[in-house]
Design a protein around this ligand. Structure first.
Ligand code: SAM
Length: 254
């Protein structure tokens, strides 16, 4: 494991030990997650009463209570966005030429945005504070040499560890959107992120302090993803709008 991947140990999470079911042939591979998981051998993804993980030859899967199938985020969407000739709004907000840029994805989730930026040439550190989500993310990111993941609260990391770091070129902030009254369900990945992080659903209260800290540790752009109709948290330097979300862009002060 890369050194930075072990940084999570310096910031122990309050998350309980989760269960990682693994295919019997993958016992050795599953051991890398033993510090954070109880390992249980199983030939197929089980039905669960608590969120759990299942690891097989096709990678890491999330098992959620009430769902008959396990979930794995698809890389196809990232590949489609990488191949797309027109740069996505996210890439435009981050500054187009990402080659060699140092990017901190402070709210990485399953890594859809951060791994796209890595595949566009940036060196990306992906931060996720929920342990089970982080393990899904780590398994997805670990084959990319220019992506590393940490299980830590981003505010804590920027407060405690930020001083020793060179300033970031881009910091991406994509906390969970506050719930709305709309009936339409988000895609399955976001649905699970909402279910998993519901009890610690203070994301929206955290944003302003996280934005302020990010400015101190960034020399380029802080990109805050919001729903198109969400109110402004703080006046941005400029905005890039997509179909249902917008990116509020702030200049770093480092
Ligand atoms: C909307 S999701 C991110 C989705 C991601 N951009 C993607 O493309 O898949 C928000 C995630 O940020 C995490 N998060 C929110 N605040 C955080 C913080 N202060 N530190 C670390 N992770 C955080 C939540 O646990 C959640 O998994």
């Amino acid at each position: 494991m890369a050194e930075s991947r072990t940084l999570g140990d310096q910031y122990p999470m309050t998350n309980d030990l989760c269960v990682l079911y693994h295919h019997p042939e993958l016992n050795e591979n599953a051991q890398r997650y033993a510090p954070w998981c109880q390992l249980v051998s199983a030939p197929a993804a089980p039905t669960v009463s608590q969120p759990a993980l299942f690891f097989d030859h096709r990678g890491m899967w999330l098992c959620m209570p009430g769902y008959s199938t396990a979930f794995q985020p698809s890389d196809a969407d990232i590949q489609r966005r990488v191949r797309s000739r027109a740069p996505t709004e996210l890439v435009r907000a981050c500054g187009m030429n990402l080659d060699g840029k140092r990017v901190l994805d402070a709210c990485a989730g399953f890594g859809g945005d951060g791994l796209l930026l890595a595949q566009m040439g940036a060196h990306v550190r992906l931060i996720e504070r929920h342990r089970l989500v982080w393990i899904m993310l780590e398994e997805r990111a670990r084959h990319l040499s220019n992506a590393e993941t940490l299980c830590v609260d981003a505010s804590q990391l920027l407060r405690d560890g930020g001083e020793q770091e060179d300033p970031w070129d881009v910091i991406l902030l994509d906390p969970m959107f506050p719930p709305t009254n709309k009936r339409a369900l988000p895609n399955r990945g976001l649905q699970h992120l909402r279910e998993l992080t519901e009890s610690s659903q203070t994301d929206h209260d955290d944003i302003l302090p996280l934005l302020a800290r990010s400015k101190q540790h960034c020399r380029g752009r802080i990109v805050l993803k919001r729903r198109l109709k969400d109110s402004l948290l703080e006046r941005p330097d400029f905005q890039i709008k997509a179909k249902s979300v917008r990116f509020d862009v702030y200049k770093g002060l480092a």
